[in-house]
Design a protein around this ligand. Sequence first.
Ligand SMILES: NC(=O)C1=CN([C@@H]2O[C@H](COP(=O)(O)OP(=O)(O)OC[C@H]3O[C@@H](n4cnc5c(N)ncnc54)[C@H](OP(=O)(O)O)[C@@H]3O)[C@@H](O)[C@H]2O)C=CC1
Ligand SMILES: O=C(O)C(=O)Cc1ccc(O)cc1
Length: 447
Amino acid sequence: MDQLTTEQIDQLKQTKTIGIIGLGDMGTLYARRFSKAGWKVVGCDREELYEETLAKFSQEKFTILKNGHLVSRISDFIIYSIEAANIDKMVALYGPSSKFGAIIGGQTSCKAPEIAAFEKYLPPDTEIISVHSLHGPKVDPTGQPLVLIQHRARDESFQFVECLMSCLQSKHVKLTAKEHDRITADTQAVTHAAFLSMGVAWKSTNEYPWETPKWIGGIENAKINISLRIFSNKWHVYAGLAITNPSAHDQVLQYSKSTTELFTLMIQGKHAELKERLMKVKQFVFGGNNVASKHDLLLNDDLLQEFSLRKVPPEGRQPNSHLSLLAIADSWYNLGIVPYDHIICSTPLFRIFLGVTEFIFCTPNMLDECIDVAINDTSFRQDDLNFTIAAQTWSNIISFGNFELYKREFVETQNYFRHMFQEANEIGNEMIHTILERVKQREQEST
Ligand SMILES: NC(=O)C1=CN([C@@H]2O[C@H](COP(=O)(O)OP(=O)(O)OC[C@H]3O[C@@H](n4cnc5c(N)ncnc54)[C@H](OP(=O)(O)O)[C@@H]3O)[C@@H](O)[C@H]2O)C=CC1
Ligand SMILES: O=C(O)C(=O)Cc1ccc(O)cc1
């Protein structure tokens, strides 16, 4: 289709109303950005919180309505930005109030249940175009992937949604709902499982890793900052993403299996077997025609060295078995996933996880050092044991689909780390900014 002219864009801005149901972190980000770009935006949060919501957003350029019915009746594009576990209930409630011919979409992180709810409850005159910003609310959307799903819609409607979304300055990635769920299971769900397991393991051994001399160096800083970043967020985001996506269950289960099997080889002292297994992994994940083999490494320990939560950051990296990073590459190998294939559709946290794993596998002698530590140095055994147990626990909770257990495990660990969140988020933001600049630089080099 031809690009829209400036006059056509202005015409859309004057005639279309954008509705957002759920003004939490992501809904607010969208409402602010759209209204600042000149779109007419209306939104709502829970009806019982109407007065508070009105007061909270009194200075904003968008209009607060009482509930999702009122938003739906007048909006041309309606975005459900609510908890994943509630999508069926919410669409059943507000969907039939959708304006005649409206376009409906959602921001939930797994699309199968969202699309199923839309197909079940929306009037047949409506169209369906869903979205997913692949970053958290504290990250600048500029340059980050934004998935767009033209599920049941005319090209003209898709063009309108793309035009609206262009104010986020994200990179548009057009996928089907199925492709989206498969890729995000490979990238997000397993990334979260790894960092959630680190947090739980530190809590189990009663350690604050920034206070313990073992966790020193850039790679350790990345682990600590990302883990705390996830635990400072809302539990339902991670629970919804993993539990509602069936592909995520397989990925998280494989991660737990890889962790257990590698740890078993470590405590059995099977050096040769561990090395042989990891060399196969290295060849499959990092040996082919991928980014790491053609360019400098995305991340290195020196780059990440300064992002420490320690009061006085000590110099130098300490050896570590890096079980969490060996296990992710082992999972990719076992599932036949080449993580570089998903870069176009990846979150900042996934790119960091890939970057540090790449560093361990592709820095000369580093993998040998990890294997030596894993076999000969017992100082990480207790941590690795607790990490293995934590990975199994998350896998069990996710495959049982138990939201309440997920919440309990998450919130207990969240409370353990809570006093450090503000500092961790500030340092984590700087770290992510530096890394994203580096990603951009690398992309420019490769084009
Ligand atoms: N946070 C993130 O990093 C990202 C999240 N997502 C996805 O986006 C969605 C929203 O996430 P996020 O903004 O972080 O979560 P929030 O919890 O911040 O936002 C959800 C909002 O919806 C409100 N809500 C619940 N029921 C209703 C209702 N009946 N009518 C109107 N509003 C209601 C919630 O109120 P209350 O809190 O009172 O329940 C809350 O304010 C989720 O599905 C998440 O998976 C996608 C990309 C990134
Ligand atoms: O980058 C990550 O993985 C995050 O933790 C933020 C996040 C959470 C949920 C999403 O659907 C998208 C991004």
